[in-house]
Every structure is written in C-alpha cells, then in structure tokens.
Design a protein. Sequence first.
Length: 410
Amino acid sequence: MTNTMAADKRLTLTNICLSVFVFTIILFSFNPSLSWIPQGCACLVVGAFVFEITQIKNYKFVVPIPLLCYLCFIVYISISLIWTNQSVDMMFTLVQLFFISLILVNIVNYQGHFHSITIGFLAALVVATIDIWNKIGGFIVTDDNTRVTSFLGNPNTFAIALFIGMLLSMEGLMNKARKSLLIKGIYILLLLLFTYEIVFLTGSRKAMLSVFMLGFLIFMRFFIKVKFLQKVLILVVGAGVLTEMFILLKESVFFVRLSRIFDMLQGKNVNDSSLTERSSMMSDALNLWKARPITGWGTDQFRYLTDYQTYSHNNYLELLSDNGLLGLMLYYSIFIILLVTACKQLLSGNEKESHIGFFSISTLLIFLLWDLAHVSYYSKFHWIMLSIIMGITYYMRTRTSVPQSQAVEQ
C-alpha cells in the first residue's frame, strides 16, 4: 500500500473496470466483430481513473523513462509510415497502446500492486479453459495437427496468454505479503493447469521452452539464497523436478515439434513446413536490413516487399528490416532500462524489491526469448506486462523517498 493510499481513497471503480478490460482482451479482442468490447472497456478504465484521481489532492501523473522511450519509438515509426505512404492503422494501434500503458503504469504506481490485472487475466484464462473443455470434450489431444486456440484464434497466441497467466500466478505464489493458504493453493493449481495446457494442448514451441526456462529461473532464485546444505537439497530436488518435466513433455503429441528445432540447429534435414518458412522469412528480413541498415524500409514494409504477405515472425529482424538500427535501439532501450533496474532490485537486499526484481527479470528475459519467433512490439499482452513492471518499479523507487504527489519523472 502506498503512503498516499493511507490518506486518500482507493481506486475501487478503476480496479473493477481494469479487471473487466483485461478479461475482455482475452475473450473478445481477437474476434473482429467483438473487438469493440475491449476498446469500450479501455475507455471505461480511462474514464474511471480520471474521475477518481480528481478526488485525490495534488495527484500528478508519472511518466517513467521506458515509457518515454516507447513514445520516441512511436514517433519514429509513425514518421516512416508517412514517407512510405502506408496505412496509419499501425500508428493508431501503437498510440492507443501508449495511452493505455500510461494509465496502467499510473494505476499500478499509485496502488503499489496489480491485483485487478491479475484477477482479470486469470479469470479469463479459466473461462478459456472451460471453453476448450466444451469444444473438444476434455483435455486430451491425440493428433499433433489439432492445436487448441480457445477465444484467441491462434494456438501460439493462446500459449502466450497461458504463460503470462503462469507468470502472474508465480508472482502471487512467491509474494510473501499474501498469507492465505487458500489463495496460494489456487495459484499452484493454476500453474499446473496452464503448464498442462501449454504442453499438451497448444503445441507452442516457444511456450514449452519457456516453461523450462521459468522452472530454471525459479530454481536459481532459491538456490542462490540458501545455505550450503539447503543448496544440495534444492539441487537434488530441482534436478528431479526438471527431469520429470522433460519426461512429461516427451509424452505430449507435440514433443516432435520441439525436437525438430534442435534437429535443425544441428544441421539435420527437417520436414517441417512451418520451420522452413519461418527460416526463409528471417533470411529475407536480414537481407532487407542489409540493404538499408540504419533506417530500414519503413514500418510494416516486410509484408509488402516479400511474397509472404505477413510479418517476419521475429521481432528483432522485423524491426531491423522495417525500422533499421534506430528502430531496434529505440524499442529495446525499454528492455535494457527495465532489466538494469530489475537487477538492482534483485540484489538490493530488500525482500519486496528483490521479489519484484525477480518477477521483472523473469518476464523480460522470456519476452526477449519469444521475440526470436514472434513479433511483439504491438502486442497487447506484452504491453500489459511491461506496464505492470514499469508501474511497480516506479512505485518501489519512490515509495520511501518522496510523496506520491511529487513522484514525477524528471
């Protein structure tokens, strides 16, 4: 709880609207005929927040440096949209993301938590799970060509949502401020459920790899903190858990999809049209970047300059080919700043800051991994999580130094 919340009102209406907004993103934003619902809910969040903060004396917005970097990135790629004479839909999408991120950052910063986002996100994933049960009559897939999508229309997108649900559940489970055994039990059940859905229902390679990466990060988190004998115990238990996870993964009909990546990396011939096409996309994106290394060809130009009619499936190469080194550096400066701050928090010696630092580092590293096979710079899911990290980081930085009313980024 922030210092101001002790004296000022809670953002009750804002939190309700925010939970509903996050809930509707998963259920409706990937259906073109229903995408107006989350857009309307976003307006309600903004309206409720503006209404409630007008009741708070001397309230001022905070604008963290990473968010300013994102604004510079938007301005830069918007200019390229103009000189390439392309649709401004992309610019409007990014501007909308910036403003909703600004609101989310300030909500999280004022309250010092993001419970309403977690509740909305996890509730939507539970509804999506029920939807899967109704559609396929259970939770077993026996054909590797049958990958579930629920409301999200794409199995990889659904897997990303599930994994973000895992991150939020992990944060709730490891947060010592939450004492309720019932709540922690719910987080454990959700972690197991989402892990199962990723491995056995979505078949997403990057999400399956991320499950192991998250397990390893959690293992290292506890391993580093404890004494020698406890390290030995954790090493044995952790090795057993990771081995069991791998054995479990091999039971999935989608394990062959993951094994093909390692076969390809070893130079073996792989009969996988998806991997072959994405490899060609990345090669073409790299060639486009080499032709214009500084400014690129213009935002979203990869789809028009190649025969694929879609994005390159690699965020790094998408930005390089479209916006050059300038675009890449502007966008990933956000991650660099957040990672540096998170590392300082992790090593601060303060339990709360260390917890947030670990949550931030885990999220950011996994996002960077995903970007090797995913174009994310306009992803709603990514910007919800980045907004959480920016807001809670800024809160941690200012909560003991200056009052909320003076906590404005210089």
